[in-house]
Every structure is written in C-alpha cells, then in structure tokens.
Unconditional design. Sequence first.
Length: 247
Amino acid sequence: MDTEQLLAPEDAAPLSRSRAEVLDMLRAADGPLGVREVAQRMGLHPNTARFHLEALVEAGLAVRETEERDTPGRPRIGYLAVADGPAGRRRYRLLAEMLTSLIAGTMPEPARAAEEAGREWGAYLSEQPPPYQKLTAEEAIGKLIAIMEELGFSPQAEAGDADGQYRLCLRRCPFREVAQRHQDVICSLHLGLMRGTLARMRAPVTADRLDPFVEPGLCVARLTGRHADEGQRAAAGTRQPRSPAAP
C-alpha cells in the first residue's frame, strides 16, 4: 500500500443493515435515545446497541448528549443523529495501519496479544444465554455469523460434516488492506474474536483456526463441534483396564 492510499480520505463506508436501522431510528426520534431504548426497540443486546451507537458517533453520523438532571445520580447519555452527515472525512485506514504496525513491531508476541484482545471484544459484543440454556452448534454459528456481519464481513457457513467440522467463509474483510500486510495481527484478532464470542455463548463449537486469503477476498474459519469429541473422551474414560491373566 503506498503513501497516497494511506493518506487519502476514506469514502463513507456502507453501513450494515442493523447499524443503518439504528441510524434511521435516531433520525426519526423526537429527541436523544439511550442505549437501552435502542436495544429494546431493535431487539439487540445493550452492548451491541452501544457498539453501533459509538460507531455512528465515530463516523460523524451521530453525537452524544448528556441529559441535565436535578436529582442525584449518573446523568443519562442519549444519542442524536447528525443532520448534515459526517463533520469531516477521516483516515481510519492510516490509523489502523499505525496501530497494527506498532503491535507487530514492538510486542514480543503480537499474534498472541491480538488474539487475546479479540477474545475480550468477542465476549463483550456477544450475549450470554440464560443459565442452563444450551445452544446447538448451528444456533451458535448463526449468532456468530450475525456478529461477524455487523463487523463488516459477508459471512456464510457451510453445513457441518459427520465429524462435526464446519467451514465459515468470511468475505469482504473490513481490514483487508491492513491484513494483507499484517496477517499475524489482524487475522489473529479476528480468530480471537470468534473464540471469545463462542465461549461467551457457551457454544458446543470452537474456532480451531483461521485460514487467511485462501482465495482473493476470502478467508475461511475452521470450526469444530465438541459433542463428538466429548463423547469419545467420555467413552474412553469409562473403559476399565483389562485384568492380567491369572498364572
């Protein structure tokens, strides 16, 4: 990537469906909306609603407004749509390149650090099911797909095979240009994000690895269902050792 590409102002990226709906809701509202209001109206987890609202603020499409109150307590923060769109054109690609190169060039284990950060954010952005509620592998993968889609990917899962192996095809990586230069950081971040998401959901499936750029514009995540492995381990644990033959 040359310097002109890094310094060129970013064009407005298309919003995901949910984020566009959140923006439409803000534009239609009579006043500022809080995180919980948006979450309830959209049927989203509050953390996911906050993620969309903050992204709209960063994009210059919305602003935060602190509500004045006469009673003690934390003031309510609301969000308002900006009528004229972004106040300025931002250079997020340059910022991403700067931060990624810092991690890659200064940390002793950049891939591990990126994966841990991804795990934390994956857990933050996903919703934990109620106690004792168990998701199937297909349900968990469906929720993972929704989160990856909101992050800017175009994900598609292939049906699992008899061994519980799944392929999650990830197209339209939102950090493709940076990932091509720093796969160890960006791809590890995305792998950690998937692992954190599945762990938060207590999903019966794990993300084993992420194969970057198996085709131009396509990365493939390899997922494995845990039921088959757990059943095999349980069966092995119940086997009794054979008694030695009597002399």
